[in-house]
Structure formats: structure tokens, C-alpha cells
Design a protein around this ligand. Structure first.
Ligand code: 1HE
Length: 262
């Protein structure tokens, strides 16, 4: 990572968890070309050396989306190529080698929401609000939201958010399935790190299957999906790590599952 990129995205390895922060709070972490490139490098590095990663944003807001000042100057072809670049980088998060947890506060807007949608687990604190103001800005989602956000919350709700420009609370977003955890103000990062640690303790091959087989199976017919599930299930169970973990359970060396604490 060159010096200039490092300032826009910070990266820290905490044990086997990579902490990746959007670090442009003065522009509410708006995503410019340089930010997305630096994010790409951080994501690649995390996949090489960490077992899970957390993406978060410095300051009061997670991310104000696409850098509109930069976007305004772009000719058509550069805009298309830029969107395709976001797709490749966000696909690398969604279908990569390690789980990504997203910790959010304040604005989770446009491209910021699209980034969050590429992560595997989403945690928001009570200050978070979700918006898709592309319609107001005269543009359209371009970071994978038409696919990922529409599938998370439903195309109808996404269309409503885009048409009306309304913002959505964390509780509502949780009900819609767009996030999985709502925590008190200021606690999103801590909770996200805890969740990342849990995910990091799984067998890497199981995590690989969860990240790479599940979204593909969702896109298949039921018949093909069930077939791929059987292959994936057999593949993971013959690994030495699976054998060891199964033996640990049977010989009572692992903690039992417990009912959730509510
Ligand atoms: C920005 C951006 C940005 C802030 N691009 N510069 N996203 C939006 O339409 C959201 C636009 N942003 C906002 O609605 C607000 O900034 C917030 C609600 C996020 C925060 O409000 P606030 O009052 O704390 O900050 P601010 O005063 O509005 O912004 C602080 C600075 O950040 C200011 O610059 P300054 O030079 O005047 O200090 C803003 O111009 C700048 N800033 N957001 C550029 N987005 C792949 S396609 C995805 C398409 C989209 O993402 S569309 C959604 C775009």
C-alpha cells in the first residue's frame, strides 16, 4: 500500500482479524477511485494473512457513498468502468476466502450501503441510518446494490427507498433483513470484532464453502443447488480438520451449544 492510499484506508492486524477502516471522515468516508483502490489492496492483504476481517468507518458516519465531486467529472465510459471496478472488488469481498463483518454508524448511504451488502455479517449501532439517494442525485446504484441490496431486503423495498429518498432506521433495516445486529451507540465495532472472532474460529474450508457455495446455490435451480450442496458437504467432511473437530465433539472436548441470551 503506498503512503497516500494508507491515509484513505487504514489496515491493522489484530491477532487473526484484519481491521480495515474507511478513513476519510472529513468527507464522510465518501468512496473515490483512490479509496476503492486502497480498499482493494486492504481486502487482498486480509485474505492473505487474516482469518476474518472487519470493515468500519472512521468518524460519525460509516460512509456517504460514491464521491460525487469526482463522479461529476467523469465521462460515460469512465463511469461504466468505475462501476465494473467496484463490482470486481466487492465480489472479491463477498466470494473471497475469509468472512467480512461490517460495523456501521451514522450514514450508510448509496455506495456505502452497497459495500456493507457485500460483507457477510452487518452490525449497526443506534445512530445508523440507511439511504439510497441515487434518484435525488440523478444517478443509479453502481456498486452491486441492484443485485445485493435487492436480494437482502427485496426489490420492492429497495425501489421504495430509491424512489422516495427516505432513510431507514436500524430496527427497520434489521426487520427487513438488511442487517443482523443492532447495538447501542458506539458498540458496533466491538461487536463486529467479536463476531469476526467467532467466524475466524471455524474450519477455513467450511468458511470457504459458506462464502462461495451459498451465494452460487442461491442463483441455481433447486435441483442443481441440492446437487452442489451434496458435493460441498462431502468435500468439507473429508478434510482432516473436520475429522478432528467431529472427534472432539464426540469425545466431549468441545463446548455444547446453548440457547441465546436475550
Ligand atoms: C461528500 C459526500 C459524497 C459528503 N461525495 N463529498 N451520497 C449521498 O448523496 C450522500 C451525501 N452526503 C450527505 O447526505 C451528508 O454528507 C451526510 C448525511 C452523509 C453527512 O452530513 P454532514 O452534515 O455530517 O456532512 P456534510 O457537511 O454534508 O459533508 C461534509 C463534507 O463531506 C462536505 O465537504 P466540504 O468540502 O464542504 O467540507 C461534503 O461535500 C462532503 N461529502 N458526502 C463527495 N458522497 C457506485 S454508485 C453509488 C452511488 C451513490 O453512492 S449515490 C449516494 C451519494
Amino acid at each position: 500500500m503506498d503512503g497516500s492510499s494508507e491515509a484513505l484506508i487504514t489496515y491493522r492486524l489484530d491477532g487473526d482479524i484484519a481491521l480495515i477502516a474507511l478513513n476519510r471522515p472529513e468527507k464522510r468516508n465518501a468512496i473515490s477511485d483512490r479509496v476503492v483502490e486502497a480498499l482493494h489492496l486492504a481486502v487482498e492483504r486480509a485474505q492473505d494473512e487474516a482469518r476474518a476481517a472487519v470493515i468500519h468507518g472512521a468518524g460519525a458516519h460509516f460512509c456517504a457513498g460514491l464521491d460525487l465531486a469526482e463522479h461529476m467529472e467523469k465521462p460515460l465510459i469512465a463511469a461504466v468502468q468505475g462501476s465494473r471496478r467496484w463490482h470486481r472488488i466487492f465480489d472479491g469481498i463477498e466470494r473471497g476466502a475469509i468472512p467480512f463483518v461490517c460495523a456501521m454508524q451514522g450514514a450508510v448511504v448509496g455506495g456505502g450501503f452497497e459495500l456493507a451488502a457485500a460483507a457477510h455479517i452487518r452490525v449497526a449501532d443506534r445512530t445508523a441510518f440507511f439511504g439510497l439517494p441515487e434518484g435525488q442525485r440523478g444517478i443509479f446504484v453502481g456498486g452491486g446494490g441492484a443485485v445485493r441490496i435487492a436480494r437482502l431486503i427485496g426489490a420492492q423495498r429497495m425501489g421504495d427507498m430509491m424512489l422516495t429518498g427516505r432513510t431507514v432506521s436500524p430496527d427497520q433495516m434489521e426487520q427487513w433483513g438488511g442487517i443482523s445486529y443492532v447495538v447501542p451507540e458506539g458498540q458496533a465495532l466491538t461487536r463486529a470484532i467479536d463476531l469476526a472472532r467467532s467466524a475466524a474460529s471455524n474450519a477455513p474450508m467450511s468458511n470457504y464453502a459458506i462464502l462461495n457455495a451459498l451465494p452460487r446455490i442461491r442463483d441455481m435451480s433447486s435441483e442443481d443447488g441440492l446437487f452442489v450442496e451434496s458435493l460441498m458437504s462431502s468435500l468439507t467432511s473429508v478434510t482432516p480438520e473436520a475429522k478432528e473437530r467431529l472427534r472432539d465433539f464426540l469425545e466431549k472436548r468441545t463446548a455444547r451449544l446453548q440457547a441465546p441470551k436475550e
